[in-house]
Design a protein around this ligand. Sequence first.
Ligand code: RB5
Length: 148
Amino acid sequence: MKTITTAFASDHAGFRLKNELKEAMEAWGHHVLDLGTHSPESVDYYDFADELAACLAVGTAQRGVLICGTGLGISIAANRHGHVRAAVCHDVTSARLTRLHNDANVLAMGERLIGVETAKDCLKVFIETSFEGGRHQRRVDKLSPPTA
Ligand code: RB5
């Protein structure tokens, strides 16, 4: 079976939660790739979202986790890329439904808005839930139309 790699990236405002989640994933036996940032020094979320999108494009990772202060800026930056479906989730129901219905390949969260244990629960549900397909496939296809 092909190993799935999950890439993690954050800005300074998501640095601590990103590390906590990466460690949790490793403890659950998953393969992870840490794209930084690697310190609380101020950086721009845009650059880390772009780095993670590039990893998904070339297949270095198959899914991603993006953390900034709110999860908003970094998800907006990531969703500029047609192959990225980043969903901001701060509850497990959203995390489950965005996998079932949107086939989200990136989970985004805000360190300033969520506790560590809830974030871990969201991540676990996100990685354990499969896309439902069916009627949702047509809608997901429309999110990423083929480029001419
Ligand atoms: C950084 O201060 C903060 O603006 C950023 O992490 C994020 O919350 C933006 O959407």
